[in-house]
Design a binder for this molecule. Structure first.
Ligand SMILES: *Cc1c(COP(=O)(O)O)cnc(C)c1O
Length: 441
């Protein structure tokens, strides 16, 4: 077993007789009851992460969950019940949020390329706030509002002129399709302020994802406050909202360390303490909208070892699911270097690792490699394999239709009680009756 997997088992899940527990239930029991491959989620881990985040943030912060990380209904309902807002980036996510029972006023709509149809749907259903990403969008929202007789709460997403990196600022933000360049912010601000159908709420900044260094986050927030201050000096009134986006990371590989929330808490307390009585931020609500940080650690992908073979001296474990369900673990979702996710044989946690193997899925493509040269206990066909850190950007960011395998079900486990929240989906109905041609006589 890789070190990170073992530390996650200890820190978040626990084990019994060498077998992983998820929400107090043996992983093997879940696999038997619901079949493999599947995704399992432990409610307590969602709670731990949200509590830790809220503890690290200064008082005036509100947390929204970013739906694109994982739009599973159970997860949305959970965050809604914990008094989080939801950040969406499509009309589809808006429907999912409403279906989960979210008050539309608690939904923020961000993301480039919002279509007229999408904007109409959210505006006629009382969306809380839309984050404008271009001049076109500002005009479009204004037009739709006039047609619907509505007024929209809008914030402007700013693409900062300099990017926070490590301890230092790297000057010169890069070209990006996200947000409005800080250099042209005045132009869009003017448009918004002049349009009576638009109610200007504030700004939104979000520049990076998977950040594990608190210094980078704090620099981003500090810079965001600077941008906000300049906007306040233009408008002459405090902002209702400053949204710092998501981007808080979780460790995926053995060389990565968890985001130090104690350090983050101290640094944020200092930065936000300075502006405590600043009139520019009187009544301002600050916001973060993480996806990965809140959902990533709570989910595990379970699959079974379906075949084991040796090719020219290399041992391959072939699972019953692969990149079609978990593109990120195969290294094909944006990684430049392929590294192994934290993974383990879940029924052999107490067995010493002694074999170096490659782990692959069942797809007919060399892309479907989940691990290269991972050291695991000696595997047998039928062993239960688990990939950790699979609650965010795993199932939701995978090509589920590729090769037409069944889509993996999702199981929610809450303190010993497991519930099927998404059923397995097949790409075919009844097989056509070809019995006359059957080879089984
Ligand atoms: C994807 C996204 C997020 C969440 O990012 P994480 O890195 O998962 O925290 C938040 N806000 C917006 C606008 C996004 O597009």
């Amino acid at each position: 077993m890789e070190d990170l997997a073992l530390s996650l088992v200890k820190k978040r899940f626990g084990m019994e007789g060498g077998e992983l527990l998820v929400g107090g239930v043996r992983a093997g029991a879940l696999a038997e009851k619901y079949g493999t491959p599947c995704f399992v989620y432990d409610r307590r881990v969602f709670d731990e992460k949200l509590d830790a985040l809220r503890t690290a943030l200064p008082k005036r912060f509100r947390v929204a969950y970013s739906v694109k990380a994982n739009p599973s209904q159970a997860i949305l309902r959970h965050f809604i019940s914990c008094d989080c807002g939801l950040e969406i980036a499509s009309a589809g996510e808006f429907h999912q949020a409403l279906q989960a029972g979210c008050n539309p006023r608690q939904i923020l709509f961000a993301g480039p390329g919002k279509t007229v149809a999408e904007l109409e749907v959210v505006l006629s259903n009382g969306i809380g706030e839309i984050h404008i990403e271009s001049v076109t969008e500002a005009q479009r929202i204004g037009c739709i509002c006039k047609r619907l007789g509505a007024r929209a709460n809008v914030a402007i997403r700013v693409n900062p002129a300099c990017e926070a990196e490590g301890g230092a600022m790297r000057m010169g933000g890069r070209p990006t399709p996200f947000g409005v360049d800080e250099e042209t912010l005045d132009e869009v601000l003017q448009l918004v302020l002049e349009d009576a159908a638009l109610s200007f709420q504030g700004i939104h900044l979000f520049t990076g994802t998977q950040i594990l260094d608190p210094k980078i986050l704090v620099n981003q927030y500090r810079h965001g406050l600077g941008v906000a201050r300049r906007v306040v000096s233009r408008t002459g009134r405090p902002l209702h909202r400053v949204d710092f986006g998501g981007g808080l990371g979780i460790p995926y590989f053995s060389h990565e360390h968890e985001l130090d929330l104690t350090e983050l808490r101290g640094a944020l307390a200092a930065v936000f303490g300075e502006i405590e009585s600043d009139p520019a931020f009187a009544g301002t609500e600050f916001m973060v909208e993480p996806g990965r940080f809140l959902a990533g650690e709570a989910g595990i992908y379970l699959a079974r070892v379906n075949d084991i073979k040796i090719s020219r001296g290399k041992k391959f474990l072939i699972l019953d699911g692969g990149m079609n369900h978990h593109l990120a673990a195969s290294g094909n979702l944006g990684q430049t270097i392929k590294r192994n996710y934290p993974m383990a044989l879940l029924n052999k946690l107490h067995v010493p690792a002694e074999e170096t193997v490659n782990v692959v899925g069942p797809l007919c493509t060399p892309l479907d490699t989940l691990a290269r040269d991972v050291i695991l206990p000696r595997a047998e066909i039928g062993d239960l394999f688990g990939i950790f850190q699979s609650g965010a950007y795993a199932r939701a960011a995978s090509p589920l239709g590729f090769l037409s395998h069944a889509t993996p079900p999702e199981i929610w486990v809450d303190a010993g009680r497991d519930t099927l929240v998404t059923a397995r989906g097949e790409f075919f109905g009844e097989l056509p009756d070809n019995s006359h041609e059957s080879t089984v006589k």
